[in-house]
Ligand binder design. Sequence first.
Ligand SMILES: Nc1nc2c(ncn2[C@@H]2O[C@H](COP(=O)(O)OP(=O)(O)O)[C@@H](O)[C@H]2O)c(=O)[nH]1
Ligand SMILES: [Mg+2]
Length: 230
Amino acid sequence: MKKRGTSRGTALRPGTKLRAKIVLIGDGGVGKTALRRAWLGEGFKTEYLMTIGADFASQELSLYYRETKSTYDLKFQIWDLAGQPRFKAVRDLYYRGAIGALCFFDITNQESYMNLVEWIQSYWALNGHGKAPLLIVGSKCDLRDNPAFPTQVSARYGKEYAAELTKLLIHKYGFNVHYIETSAKEDINVDKAFKVLAEEIIRSTIHQEKIRNDRKTSQKKMLTDQIRSR
Ligand SMILES: Nc1nc2c(ncn2[C@@H]2O[C@H](COP(=O)(O)OP(=O)(O)O)[C@@H](O)[C@H]2O)c(=O)[nH]1
Ligand SMILES: [Mg+2]
């Protein structure tokens, strides 16, 4: 039988590599490029170099998944999208095929938090897979409680939003939404953000596979029953 070509259709087996396209989304200036660079060991820059359209990077990651007691290899293809509205037309094309997203807001910028809803909606509407895994990232946490940045988005908000999304998604889609605060500047939770997303991609992929197999089994049973009852 013909295998489906999408990553979500690809069987996830220990020892085989799962190609996972992920997108980094959120308003311009929230720190998407900085986090990607920090994860790839490219250092932190204070000056702001705007991403034009999209940047691409790839990185491999092995992850031990407790529930199946197996190690999975993922090859992350990371698309770092420009956040500015004027790049919207280009950006929409890059969502296609994404099975994971890091959704950023800057903890010192309330508007960037409010805009998360739209970012997440676009990702789900345009990736071709629907409700795929994501992680909510509260960035620049080194600025937490810094008096120079008096308006802050409290960690409670991020956690509540993630919990609300998890409630909506876990049963049908089989993944959790986590909230993680990161600092690319001080290397806080940089590895963790990518690992937690990887784990939820694995959880969701296993869940989708199980649904497909259950469906196949029940259809086979139906056919067998039909033939027997003749
Ligand atoms: N204090 C602090 N500044 C950051 C952090 N991450 C990014 N920045 C700064 O925020 C600005 C925008 O970062 P950038 O990664 O280019 O944002 P992008 O538009 O989302 O890709 C730059 O001036 C960075 O130096 C962080 O973790 N802490
Ligand atoms: Mg950028």
